[in-house]
Design a protein around this ligand. Structure first.
Ligand SMILES: *Cc1c(COP(=O)(O)O)cnc(C)c1O
Length: 390
């Protein structure tokens, strides 16, 4: 009898329900193609949308930053200081987001925890979209504020909840691009409603940054809402191909975050290599707009091709291409079938998505070749939704 015996039972139950998760071990850097078990596969599920994670200029900048600034950063920026490397990157991220200032965190997940906790607490209210990312959900819970969940993208519902609520301080928090559906929040009307009710606004641009907007600034730029959202959270880990997170906003917002966000105050500053890589990625995003254009083209080719094959593909303007399957076991079978044909994209199952909406979440990459796109479409050809040849 072991005190962890209960875990064995739970794991068996998860496996029986097709819900057990195991990371796939990969033998290569994260590019458009990766090596798994000695085979080369097209990686069709990465958030490395612009193909920068293994770009030689980005990895060289990471190496150079490590050599110049060290492998680790020693302590929290409030303790042992913020390197000039980190401060310069904060300034550049602020400019990229058309904001006055920015604060870098170790991850986007921590940025969400920190920002929400700094803006609201016990006695306040957060209004949160029902499909928000887990890090926003956890940030809301940790903040101790009351949480009001509004229906996905439903501005009228938000308006009604804000109108019915009594609060001194309120925050409206939403993903801009929803990670599992790839759709866009109706930001202009969300911001208008929040302002009308005197609520603060926070958006999570994890999947918008580098992908949407004329210069890759994100959904805020796409909608022309620069300066109208109080806190814009982003990650260095997706289109920027590195690791880390940040929030951009006014100088007073950023000062407050540095004084109140526990994941900033009590977390060691990100490794210099990650900051150096993100800086190089920003430069490439600015100087190579073809990556955003190619990304959109690739998304249309894949989504259009799969719809013509009869798959249920959600409409999106982001890099995310959700192929809805339904049951977890069917999604697992479909994922196995396409992997057999050279494409890696795992099944996304509850609780990440609602029961009955298990899916293959494909994502487009700017660096897909025409051959990569053909491999992806060919992998689904003549399979049904349960991954069986028809
Ligand atoms: C990935 C993701 C995060 C977390 O960012 P990391 O830098 O990976 O921690 C936050 N929000 C959304 C919507 C995400 O998809």
């Amino acid at each position: 009898m072991d005190s962890l015996d209960w875990i064995g039972d739970e794991l068996i139950a998860l496996d029986d329900a097709s819900l057990l998760r195991v990371p796939t071990v990969v033998g290569s850097a994260s590019g458009a193609e990766i090596e798994i078990g000695g085979r080369r596969l097209v990686l069709a599920c990465s958030n490395n949308y612009l193909g920068l994670a293994a770009d030689e200029r980005v990895t060289a900048a990471a190496a150079a930053a490590a050599l110049r600034w060290g492998a680790g950063s020693g302590a929290s920026p409030l303790v042992s200081g913020l390197t000039r490397l980190g401060r310069d990157l904060e300034r550049r991220l602020a400019a990229f987001k058309s904001s006055d200032d920015a604060v870098i965190f170790s991850s986007g997940f921590l940025a969400n925890l920190g920002v929400i906790g700094a803006l609201v607490g016990a006695g306040d209210v957060v209004f949160s979209d029902e499909l928000n990312h887990a890090s926003i959900i956890d940030g809301c819970r940790l903040s101790k504020a009351r949480v009001e969940v509004y229906r996905h993208g439903d501005v009228d519902h938000l308006d009604a909840l804000l109108g019915a609520g009594r609060f001194e301080r309120a925050l409206v928090a939403t993903d801009t691009v929803f990670s599992m559906d790839g759709d866009l929040a109706p930001l202009p009307s969300l911001v208008e409603v929040a302002h009308r009710h005197g609520a603060m606004t926070m958006v999570d641009e994890a999947h918008g940054t580098g992908v949407l907007g004329r210069s890759g600034g994100g959904a805020v730029e796409h909608f022309g809402l620069e300066g109208q959202v109080d806190a814009v959270v982003g990650t260095l880990s997706k289109a920027l191909g590195s690791a880390g997170g940040f929030v951009a906003g006014s100088e007073r917002l950023c000062s407050w975050i540095r004084n109140r966000a526990r994941p900033f105050i009590f977390d060691t500053a990100p490794a210099p290599a990650a900051l150096g890589a993100a800086g190089a990625a920003l430069e490439i995003i600015e100087s190579e707009p073809w990556r955003r254009e190619r990304l959109a083209e690739v998304r249309e080719e894949i989504a259009g091709g799969l719809r013509r094959q009869g798959f249920d593909v959600l409409e999106t303007v982001s890099a995310v291409i959700p192929v809805i399957v339904g049951e977890s076991a069917d999604a697992l079978a479909l994922a196995a079938a396409i992997q057999e044909r050279g494409v890696f994209a795992p099944a996304i199952r509850p609780p990440t998505v609602a029961a009955g909406t298990a899916r293959i979440r494909l994502s487009a990459m700017a660096t897909f070749t025409d051959e990569n796109v053909a491999t992806i479409l060919g992998a689904f050809e003549s399979l049904d939704h349960a991954g069986e040849s028809g």
